[in-house]
Ligand binder design. Structure first.
Ligand SMILES: Nc1nc2c(c(=O)[nH]1)N[C@H]1C(S)=C(S)[C@@H](COP(=O)(O)O)O[C@H]1N2
Ligand SMILES: [Mo]
Length: 371
């Protein structure tokens, strides 16, 4: 069985020395992407056993920011790794053994799925959806495939990887460009790519973040994901007859915006942390959800928050009871000291600690305790 490169007296910089060394940070980045991606998926579609805290308020901001930064950093690493093994990808010898077939098969699966994950992820953060499938479902399912193929690849290649890592990088010396130069180029471009996208979450990096699509642009210092006009709520949101309906079991009350403002107000500094990786912190004020629910005799349970939107994937969200009772979970009426902009969810929006942006429902119309 031969799954290793034969040492050549004076080889090109291509080969296992570079492939294995680029593979280490690439493997780590992919693993971090998988774990943070699973977390994000579970927060949005919680299985029964899943438990997600309300503190620290920035935890999801960190895990999802990390997900996107690691995914972006993995792109140049993957390209250099492909370059290092490129001639081997086109070897077409006859199948030699079951192990050999497993190795080649897992590589095809690995390359395909990782390519899919990185390109769809990249296009997603650019909010460009040229495909027909539903991005989160496809990205999630393919994540399992990628990590499974990675595990098989590592298991099969372990001897080759060990051998390549234990040998000095430049032995035998590469003809032409040195392996060290290739490796440095890979690491530098991964770092540059990471920094270029990290600015959408890390304020002091903003000025260098050429890749950050949304970094602080937007009314009241907060980016806007979907405007009121594109959500089709600009009319109803400004309607003088607007009422927020609050329901717990048999009890139901309606509140105008003025009535919400007349209730005790609370404030909190909380981030909007979009699944696309951008995030921005702001000071929100409004009515604590638990105070509002006390008006209808809330005794516990999850709570559904619905938007004025009549269609749209993100028109409603469910808050676990733990988030409902948190002191910082607000029905926000202002942001950064100003009346909530129409695009930030006027007349009122949900803002809760440690949640993906997609669950921070804007233009609330109805809040109901889930029976
Ligand atoms: N009703 C409604 N609420 C919504 C959305 C939406 O499309 N409809 N988008 C969500 C997403 S994906 C994000 S990231 C945040 C962004 O809030 P912002 O536009 O105020 O920054 O709003 C969330 N709330
Ligand atoms: Mo989002």
């Amino acid at each position: 069985m031969s799954v290793s490169w034969r040492p050549r007296p004076s080889a090109s910089a291509r080969g296992p020395e570079v492939a294995a060394r680029v593979g280490v940070p690439l493997g780590i980045a992919l693993l971090v992407c998988f774990v943070t991606g699973l977390l994000s998926h579970w927060i949005q579609h919680p299985p029964g056993w899943f438990w997600w805290p309300t503190r620290p308020v920035w935890l999801y901001r960190l895990t999802q920011g990390t997900h996107v930064v690691c995914g972006i950093a993995a792109i140049p690493l993957l390209l250099v790794k492909m370059w290092a093994v490129y001639p081997r990808l086109f070897d077409r010898p006859r199948p030699r053994s079951p192990l050999w077939i497993a190795e080649r098969g897992s590589i095809a699966l690995l390359v395909g799925s990782v390519f899919f994950e990185l390109t769809t992820g990249l296009l997603n953060i650019a909010q460009y959806y040229p495909w027909k499938f539903f991005f989160p479902a496809a990205h999630y399912a393919m994540g399992y495939l990628a990590i499974g193929a990675l595990a098989v690849h590592l298991a099969v290649k372990l001897p080759v990887i060990r051998d390549a890592l234990s040998r000095p990088l430049e032995s035998p010396p590469a003809s032409g460009i040195s392996r060290r130069a290739v490796l440095n180029a890979a690491l530098v471009s991964a770092t540059v790519a990471a920094v270029a996208v990290a600015g959408q979450s890390v304020p002091f990096l903003r000025r260098v973040s050429v890749l950050a699509p949304r970094s602080g642009e937007g009314p009241q210092g907060v980016p806007v994901n979907r405007t009121a006009v594109s959500a089709g709520v600009a009319g109803p949101a400004r309607d003088a007859d607007y009422r927020l309906v609050v329901i717990a079991g048999e009890r139901r009350r309606e509140f105008s915006r003025a009535e919400l403002l007349a209730l005790p107000q609370a404030g909190a500094v909380l981030p909007i942390a979009c699944v696309e990786g951008w995030s921005a912190s702001a000071h929100w004020s409004g009515v604590r959800l638990r105070d509002l629910l006390a008006e209808v005799g809330y005794t516990g349970g999850d709570v559904r928050c619905e938007s004025l939107e009549t269609a749209g994937l993100y028109r409603s969200s469910v808050l676990p009871a733990r988030h409902v009772t948190d002191r910082d979970t607000l029905i926000a009426l202002t942001v950064n000291g100003q009346t909530l902009d129409l695009d930030h969810g006027f007349p009122c929006r949900l803002i809760a600690p440690n949640r993906p942006g997609v669950l921070q429902t804007k233009w609330l119309s109805r809040i109901e305790v889930v029976p």
